[in-house]
Design a binder for this molecule. Structure first.
Ligand code: SF4
Ligand code: SF4
Length: 119
């Protein structure tokens, strides 16, 4: 058992120590480069083959044809398990993962993100 005198000394010492935890969200740190966060889509490369949609274990991707050789994909970030399979499956490298991790929203519907070519 810690004696009260020793405990008070430890409490006072802790006031002058740097915190062991990160001051998130006040101080933001980048996630590791290998971290798999929100996907990024390059519609100008996509050929609409649908392999990403077929291989997604969470059924979180939907590929839509929106014009002549133009495609957009919708990813439900609420269903996504951030496995990276869609990135591996895409032969055209049209999908990549970023290390963006702050994806919280108040309404679950907002987790459905459509990636399309900017007009
Ligand atoms: S990271 Fe995995 S779960 Fe998420 S969309 Fe890609 S294949 Fe599906
Ligand atoms: S696998 Fe790649 S090229 Fe094929 S539909 Fe998906 S994003 Fe487009």
């Amino acid at each position: 058992m810690i004696r009260p005198g020793k405990m008070i000394k430890q409490v006072i010492e802790s006031f002058f120590k740097k915190p062991a935890t990160l001051m998130y969200p006040y101080i933001k740190e980048d996630a590791l480069k290998s971290f798999r966060g929100k996907m990024k889509f390059h519609p100008e490369i996509c050929i609409g083959c649908g392999l990403c949609m077929r291989d997604c274990p969470s059924n979180a991707i939907n590929v839509k044809k929106v014009g002549d050789k133009q495609f957009e994909i919708e990813i439900d970030l609420g269903k996504c398990i951030y496995c990276g399979q869609c990135v591996d499956s895409c032969m055209k490298k049209a999908i990549e993962v970023t290390n963006e991790f702050e994806l919280a929203v108040l309404d679950r519907k907002n987790l459905k993100v459509t990636f399309r070519e900017k007009s």
